[in-house]
Design a protein around this ligand. Structure first.
Ligand code: CU
Length: 264
């Protein structure tokens, strides 16, 4: 009996073992990251050593595309890319900041990239901010269970639902895409008393900014999930997806993918 209990306790403690960390450093304009990683759950740690904001999106290539063709499409910033599956990543890190997202990496070829816009409005990927990564199979040892979270964000076309209120502190939040389009999840703190309607009118660059991004999950295709680590202080937050389905299309936050939440 006690042996069985002991075995269960060992199993439980193994289950809570922190996941492998995959450290990615960003700078202008590139990534310092490993070329190879083993499959399973990894916690992607984006360390922003640059002077601008950066992100890291993980895209898995299927058999219909080559690394060269995928890279060419990405550098040209085409929204509709075939053969590439967005599996999330770290949405945002300010200069000097480190942010984390846990994702499941299946074996295969990947490209990691930053799609944030530079001062000239061109995405950083067009300046060379992409890196090829090979995920090799861990075999039966591959862990595919994401770490436990205090709340789940359900993304659909075009809605965001939060399963539980967010409290101050360092919190793990699960993000799931249940829609049929690619979405991401942006978390921004409202700096003053601006209402959502006023924030929606902001062009994203003029000063003073009404919000400050604090993190989130980078793009996920339908069916994917990730767990983000958020450092929350009390206040008002905007949770949104600003992706669009095609060039010139209405961004998702204007279609309903924007909610306000109070952390207290
Ligand atoms: Cu969206």
């Amino acid at each position: 009996m006690w042996t069985l209990l002991g075995a269960i306790l060992v199993a439980l403690s193994l289950g809570s073992t922190p996941h492998r960390v995959l450290t990615v450093s960003s700078y202008e304009y590139g990534f310092k990251a490993p070329d190879t990683v083993r499959s399973g759950v990894v916690t992607v740690r984006l360390v922003n050593r640059g002077k601008e904001d950066h992100q890291v999106v993980f895209l898995r290539l299927d058999d219909t595309t080559t690394v060269l063709r995928a890279m060419r499409t990405l550098v040209e910033q085409k929204i509709h890319t075939t053969g590439l599956h967005a599996v999330s990543g770290v949405e945002y890190a300010r200069p000097g900041q480190t942010n984390e997202t846990s994702i499941v990496l299946l074996p295969g070829r990947y490209i990691i990239l930053c799609e944030l816009p530079g001062k000239d409005d061109k995405a950083h990927v067009s300046k060379g901010m992409l890196h090829e990564l090979t995920v090799v199979s861990s075999g039966a040892a591959a862990d595919t269970v994401l770490p436990p979270s205090v709340a789940t964000v359900r993304l659909t076309d075009y809605h965001i639902a939060l399963s539980a209120p967010l409290r101050p502190g360092t919190r793990l939040v699960r993000v799931e895409n249940h829609g049929s389009h690619r979405h991401h999840f942006m978390v921004a703190r409202v700096l003053h008393n601006e209402r959502l309607a006023e924030i929606d009118k902001w062009d994203g660059k003029s000063e003073p900014a009404p919000i400050v991004n604090i993190g989130g999950a980078s793009a996920l295709d339908p069916g994917y999930a990730s767990v983000i680590k958020l450092r929350l202080t009390p206040g008002r937050y905007v949770l949104a997806c600003v992706l669009q389905d095609s060039t010139g299309a209405t961004p998702h936050f204007l279609l309903g993918m924007e909610i306000e939440t109070i952390v207290r």
